[in-house]
Write a protein that binds this ligand. Sequence first.
Ligand SMILES: CC(C)(COP(=O)(O)OP(=O)(O)OC[C@H]1O[C@@H](n2cnc3c(N)ncnc32)[C@H](O)[C@@H]1O)[C@@H](O)C(=O)NCCC(=O)NCCS
Ligand SMILES: Nc1ncnc2c1ncn2[C@@H]1O[C@H](COP(=O)(O)OP(=O)(O)OP(=O)(O)O)[C@@H](O)[C@H]1O
Length: 230
Amino acid sequence: MSRAALLDRLARRSRRVRVLGLTGSIGMGKTTTAAMARRLGCPVHNADAVVHALMRPGGPAVRPILAAFPTVADATGGIDRKALGRLVFGNPSQLRRLESIVHPLVRAAERAFLARQARARRPVVVLDIPLLFETKGETRCDRVAVVWAPEVLRTLRVLARPGMTASTLAHVRSLQTTEAFKRANADALIPTGLGHRPAWVALRRVLQHMRQGPACPSRRRLTRTVRPHA
Ligand SMILES: CC(C)(COP(=O)(O)OP(=O)(O)OC[C@H]1O[C@@H](n2cnc3c(N)ncnc32)[C@H](O)[C@@H]1O)[C@@H](O)C(=O)NCCC(=O)NCCS
Ligand SMILES: Nc1ncnc2c1ncn2[C@@H]1O[C@H](COP(=O)(O)OP(=O)(O)OP(=O)(O)O)[C@@H](O)[C@H]1O
């Protein structure tokens, strides 16, 4: 285990904040499920929202991104995300370059969030991270919930978005871990293809078990990949 991972785990253990990682591929229902977690009283840290804020005018990522990608300034002094996407999606080395700027800032925001929630003595919080497995973020979580819907439904959802094409979707999918990997490494699956109620029930169940603590009787049923509990 790396030093940073060890520090994360020790910090969580001492503060007793339990962390549910929420992830899933594009269009599977992370945002909708994260909104449910908030309604269930659970603070949510949204990594995507942090990335957006970092790139707004005056945001801490603007200057380093413009130094690396000088053509992606927008008219207001922020970052033109679509232009940046055109440069990095399809160009692995440029994408790595962007990630090396953005991901450390996202991690710093996440640490600040966890520290705030620990001070507020929150029992359970959610980290909504689209690329949780891709960035090995599961090591910072006590449990991981994966949102999932049948492929055909997900494709229909995503292709209904303005500007989205089948080839863009195929490319984004090729950058992300497979559904099989995500599902095999999930502690819980949140179905989003059956309407809101089943997703709500599954999420509430996970959060209830986490609030009950490490000795909760259903832990084995919940957990397919056994992880140490903080
Ligand atoms: C390149 C950017 C500006 C394009 O923004 P845009 O609004 O056009 O697209 P959006 O962010 O909605 O991404 C589209 C899809 O690509 C996926 N995606 C985004 N970044 C990555 C990545 N580094 N690796 C794999 N998939 C990615 C998203 O999860 C989403 O499903 C943006 O995706 C970005 O800043 N990416 C790098 C930061 C990052 O890794 N973010 C992921 C969450 S922390
Ligand atoms: N439980 C659910 N029941 C019915 N529809 C759902 C459910 N969850 C999500 N959806 C629908 O699926 C679509 C995609 O959901 P959402 O935006 O939450 O996905 P996402 O994983 O956050 O997408 P992205 O990866 O692009 O950010 C939306 O139209 C949403 O209304």
